[in-house]
Design a protein around this ligand. Structure first.
Ligand code: NAI
Length: 488
């Protein structure tokens, strides 16, 4: 099969390569895994279909997977998150823009929904073998679960023999998926069943994708083992928290440049992401309030010094609204209509259904003005409920703003997340007997290993337990240091 790719502009590759080089230095976990496994090639024979934000950090992940022997095809998991220079650098690899020799990437910043799903489909298309049979991947590396969803929905409809008609309840995006699967069912009625049968496992990056996997498994439709990378401590307690602490305000600043200090900011959800968001906004001098549904998280927020409120308490007075729940319908159009002039609304949760963008577009007389890509002023006319004409700024059309308006999390924290991804890929690919169908986490030993790989870079000098100390607290000198139920 000829070398295929779809990216914005290969002439950006050199600029991308410079950024990759700097990122490698900030990703000691990935570089250590290259050194440890470069020779033994544990991923030889792996054909990985990757669906994860195509950023500079992801480029270092992709090249690590290749260094460990894998073949890889890649798409982004969000229409706005690709960094075109990183995509170009990965495609060019050790070649030139005229003769690229790297990894097939199918992604650019600013895809339409139709393009997004067509590009997602390409990571499952590995050409044909010598006998003319279609080849698929044998591993998925997913972020948010879209790649896994495509395979499982395809398989489900193939078993039923038809793709259902789109209903008014379906989102615009799901209608695009149904259309793609309708076409594929006509062309090859067993395509996704074969793909699913060929997959040895999936490793999932984020909270939302893990929720989806758990639901597939509960419903008995998960056909292969899955590793929940998100809930490695060195992922969710670092990337979700310290990553967003960095990239939330980066997105707000690049998008709008408004002064955050002194403003009232509402953070919806005080989970790992919400904690990072609240801290970063407070660090800028914002007065931060939090909403929660879980009494434990609400109490945590209160003890951390944040007032816990309901949206209705602050909707008319707050300046900045950030959703971080992974839930749907958190800010509705009727809420946005009540906000004050030039309030800022953004989402950092995985999907765009936290904010009711469809409802917003349907407010009678509403007007959408593009200030610049991924920054829109929504002009809301005077209306019922005493609402005066005003406008509200929405970032990244309600999609995750830290990747849409900025460049996502910085390399060092992503080195932790992606070291977990690489370890998870090796585990599930090389030890099928240890990971039956189901949703697994990596062992605490591996979690601790990922942390260890990042200590030297920060000048950390770890205290070593004596044998008698270890015995006294009932663990081994070399770990694991905590029981499974410990929460960090
Ligand atoms: P989490 O489960 O730790 O936290 C979510 C919190 O939201 C929970 O405490 C929950 O009780 C609360 N919540 C749920 N519904 C709510 C509602 N209607 N109102 C107020 N609070 C509500 O999840 P985590 O890890 O914080 O992730 C949140 C979202 O962010 C997920 O979609 C995840 O995939 C995504 N994510 C995004 C990243 C990014 O770079 N943009 C990075 C990591 C995760």
């Amino acid at each position: 099969m000829s070398f295929e790719y779809q990216v914005r502009d290969l002439s950006l590759a050199e600029a991308g390569r410079h950024e990759l080089r700097l990122a490698e230095h900030e990703m000691p976990g990935l570089m250590a895994l290259r050194a440890e496994f470069g020779e033994s090639q544990p991923l030889a024979g792996a054909r990985i279909a990757g669906s994860l934000h195509m950023t500079v950090q992801t480029a270092v992940l992709i090249e690590t997977l290749v260094a460990l022997g894998a073949q890889v095809r890649w798409a982004s998991c969000n229409i706005f998150s690709t960094q075109d220079q990183a995509a170009a650098a990965v495609v060019v690899g050790s070649g030139t823009p005229e003769a690229p020799a790297g990894v097939p990437v199918f992604a650019w910043k600013g895809e339409t929904l139709e393009e997004y799903w067509a590009l997602a489909e390409r990571i499952f298309d590995w050409g044909t073998d010598a006998e003319g049979h279609r080849v698929g991947p044998n591993m998925i590396l997913d972020d948010g679960g879209d790649a896994t969803m495509l395979v499982l929905e395809g398989k489900r409809f193939e078993a039923a023999g038809a793709v259902p008609a789109t209903t008014p309840d379906d989102s615009e995006e799901y209608a695009v998926v149904l259309e793609l699967l309708r076409k594929s069912l006509t062309e090859d009625p067993q395509r996704w069943t074969r793909v699913a049968d060929g997959i040895r496992g999936v490793t999932e990056e984020t909270t939302t994708g893990v929720h989806r996997l758990a639901e597939y498994h509960r419903n008995g439709v998960l056909p292969f083992p899955a590793i929940n990378v998100n809930d490695s401590v060195t992922k969710s307690k670092f990337d979700n928290k310290y990553g967003t602490r960095h990239s939330l305000i980066d997105g707000i600043n690049r998008g709008t440049d408004i002064l955050i200090g002194g403003k009232t900011a509402v953070v919806f959800g005080y989970g790992d992401v919400g904690k990072g968001c609240a801290e970063s906004l407070r660090g800028q001098g914002a007065r931060v309030v939090v909403t929660e549904v879980d009494p434990i998280n609400a109490l945590q927020a209160a003890m951390d010094g944040y007032q816990v409120v309901r949206l209705e308490d602050v909707v008319r007075t707050a300046d900045i609204f950030i959703t971080a729940t992974g839930n749907k319908d958190v800010i509705m159009a009727a809420d946005i209509a009540k906000m004050k002039h030039q309030a800022l609304v953004g989402n950092i949760g995985h999907f765009d259904n936290e904010i009711d963008m469809l409802g917003l577009s349907r407010i009678p007389g509403v007007e959408k003005v593009e200030i610049k890509p991924q920054v829109h002023e929504w002009r809301i006319p005077a209306g019922a409920d005493g609402v005066e004409a005003h406008s509200v700024i929405v970032l990244s059309e309600g999609r995750l703003l830290n990747l849409g308006n900025a460049t996502g999390h910085p390399s060092f924290v992503m080195s932790n997340s992606f070291a977990n991804q690489v370890v998870a890929q090796i585990e599930v690919f090389t030890k099928p007997d240890e990971y039956p169908v189901g949703v697994h986490r990596l062992s605490k030993k591996l979690d601790e290993k990922v942390a260890r790989l990042h200590l030297d870079a920060l000048g950390v000098r770890l205290t070593e337990l004596t044998k008698s100390q270890a015995e006294y607290i009932g663990i081994n000198v070399e770990g694991p240091y905590k029981p499974e139920h410990y929460r960090y």
